[in-house]
Design a binder for this molecule. Structure first.
Ligand SMILES: *Cc1c(COP(=O)(O)O)cnc(C)c1O
Length: 461
């Protein structure tokens, strides 16, 4: 058995909301005055139907049939077994992965892009602004807006705009308007350019720009869209884990021992993992690993604290693991993992001990990606290679222990637009960038005057 397919009528009809089952409840987002914000305060930024999802504590939320109609273009995505990698590693573990690289944009991101564009359209919105790191989110939203006939404006982190020109061409092909960030088009962008004209940019800066561009449209027909981090984004991604459960059931694989995903903002990780995290909450023995880069160690070295989602401090304060909203990560190739914060739902799961974070060096991730490509064929995105490095480590551990473990991970996207990174790796031009402790502490100083987030946990895990 190499792959397990589901038919269109076997696709999950509801998304799963972990907020309904977290043992210690999520803490609310706070406004600048330190008080919880109300849904209507988000109304200039997001359409109300998505705000309702953001604050929902319902366990199951119906997927509108019109959204499924678009998802059928590539969903249900295949579940594969990586038998050739298993053999190369000599591991007794069975390694399964969801291939999210089969979507039109080549990653998991269209799962939420389509849903968000659809809800915006339902609400009467005509134009959506967003930021993008490596370009995967921008291209996913460009694709979704194209199918739903919405205008799309993308602020793309400068370093990726320069390093990864193909993604902006994809956006253009789907009819979106993509500019490098920081840009002179917004006040946030101009301020940053005045301070450091040569900045590689960051997701934090690009978010500030995209929000400003949305809320400053006086016609009221523009909204902002975020590709990760928020509850509703993670919700839309749970279709991945829900499909995976059905697929494992079909081949009579009854128990998963290890679930792995890479985490930038946390959405592909959560999408696969949350339907299994609830099993863990209900008593199952599952190790859940979230992989990140050592150059941007949000989960492994960042405290759990209230912080802004962007550099200009325009977003509400979110309770999350963070490196400080001013943090600008080293220019590693996994652009989608260069974010200072992390989804509150994933952060709270880490605080609770349900999820174990782990950091990997860039060179080890490329080595893992190349081993993957040479055994399994598909060339992974640099982000995905962090999950693969974690999988290889778990598979080797299973070998040492002589245990037939079942490992499931999210193959979040292909790397066919990221081959320049591979070329640099092969020619020895890439290095590791472990974040120095002094730099970390310096960045965390921005948290000093912000409200503290208590690390509530039951102590069960
Ligand atoms: C964007 C991206 C990620 C990281 O984003 P998350 O929200 O953490 O999932 C990981 N892998 C790929 C291929 C991506 O495009």
């Amino acid at each position: 058995m190499i792959k397990v397919l589901l038919s269109e009528d076997e696709i999950p009809r509801q998304w799963y909301n972990l907020a309904a089952d977290l043992p210690s409840p999520l803490q609310p987002p706070l406004g600048p005055d330190g008080k919880p914000i109300s849904p209507d305060m988000l109304a200039p930024v997001f359409p109300m139907n998505l705000i309702e999802q953001e604050v929902s504590r319902e366990r199951w939320i119906d997927i509108p049939p019109e959204i499924l109609e678009i998802l059928y273009l590539w969903r249900p995505s295949p579940l594969y077994r990586a038998t050739r990698l298993e053999k190369a590693l000599g591991t007794p573990a069975r390694i399964y992965y969801k291939n999210e690289g089969v979507s039109p944009a080549g990653s998991h991101k269209p799962n939420t892009a389509v849903a968000q564009a659809w809800y915006n359209k339902q609400f009467g919105i005509k134009r959506i602004t967003t930021e993008t790191g490596a370009g995967q989110w921008g291209s996913a939203l460009a694709f979704a807006c194209c199918l739903l006939d919405l205008e799309c404006k993308v602020f793309m982190v400068r370093i990726s705009y320069d390093q990864k020109p193909f993604r902006k061409m994809m956006m253009q092909t789907w009819g979106a308007n993509c500019v490098p960030s920081p840009s002179p088009e917004t006040r946030a962008g101009r301020d940053m350019l005045a301070k450091s004209p040569d900045t590689p940019g960051s997701l934090g800066i690009a978010i500030s720009e995209a929000i400003e561009a949305a809320v400053s449209d006086t016609s009221g027909q523009t909204r902002y869209s975020l590709g990760s981090v928020l509850n509703h984004v993670l919700l839309h991604q749970t279709i991945i884990g829900l499909e995976a459960k059905k697929q494992l059931g079909k081949i009579n694989e009854k128990k998963v021992d290890v679930v792995i995903g890479c985490a930038g903002g946390g959405s592909n990780f959560a999408g696969l993992a949350f339907p299994f995290v609830v099993d863990k909450i209900n008593g199952a023995q599952i190790k859940v690993v979230a992989a990140e880069p050592t150059s941007c160690p949000t989960m492994t070295r960042g405290p759990f604290a209230y912080d802004f989602g962007d550099v200009a401090a325009t977003t509400p304060l979110l309770p999350m693991h963070t490196l400080g909203h001013n943090f600008i990560p080293a220019p590693i190739h996994a652009g989608g993992l260069r974010y200072h914060g992390l989804a509150p739902l994933v952060s709270q799961s880490i605080v609770e001990g349900l999820v174990s974070p782990q950091a990997f060096d860039q060179l080890d991730c490329y080595a893992a990606a190349v081993l993957w490509a040479r055994t399994e064929g598909f060339i992974p995105a640099p982000e995905t290679s962090h999950a693969i490095a974690a999988v290889i480590e778990q598979a080797k551990q299973a070998k040492e222990e002589g245990k037939e473990k079942v490992i499931l991970f999210n193959w979040s996207g292909h790397g066919l637009m990221d081959l320049l990174g591979y070329e640099k790796y092969f020619s020895g031009q890439l290095t590791n960038y472990v974040l120095p402790e002094g730099e970390l502490q310096e960045n965390l100083r921005v948290l000093q005057n912000l409200p503290k987030a208590p690390a509530n946990k039951t102590g069960k895990w």
